[in-house]
Design a protein. Sequence first.
Length: 256
Amino acid sequence: MPAPALLAVVPVAVLVAAHLLATRLRGLAGRNEDAVVSAAGGISVAYVFLHLLPEVAAGARVVGESVEELVAHVPLQELVVFLVALAGFTLFYVAERYAARRGSARHGGDGASSSAFAVHVAAFALYNVAVAYTLPERVGADPVSAAVFTLAVAVHVLVVDRGLAEHHPRRYGHVGRFVLAGALLLGWALAAVAAPTSSLTVSLMTAVVAGSVLLTVFQEELPQARESRTRPFLVGLGANAVLLLALAMLEPAAGA
């Protein structure tokens, strides 16, 4: 087994634990759950704008060069990766709208249909496979960046868990969270067996992750005005922004 895949066991285990323990962790917040979710929203927004989108932009050059080699004279090659990100965003939007049309359990019971549950969980399972598949490459290239990525996704998981638990209280608790945890293990296993041979695959996977995270950030992690807590949101955003900027400033020094 490649060394990066072995090292990636740790971040994958962290994300699996986040899925399995998310409801319990949110329960520990008690009355402060809305504040915790708002802080998580701030953390995720800072991560999206200061780390994930720049990473997608960097990947755009890699994808553009690869497409140019495969098909000559293709216009706007560097937009391909953003089209992939848009596709990821659209996939999750369609899944959310389908679940909403098929019924919502936000007011009790388990009113959302089984098909809505299947679509919802399948979309997030695809996201988890993409996340875990890129982790060995991330760990091998830059362990610190991989750690930041893992923590950002773990925070993201806590909020996604709340949304899915509200839509599908029984099904998600009994089945869904285990499917999503298993999807992480599947993505890691695929990377261990067939590791990406170029940064092209990682760039495309990252674009899919970026599209799905963007939708979730704006839909789940930025609560309605009556539920949001401005101060925790700003604290989470500011603290993570400072951390990400500090890491960005240290990277050139590390490479010198």
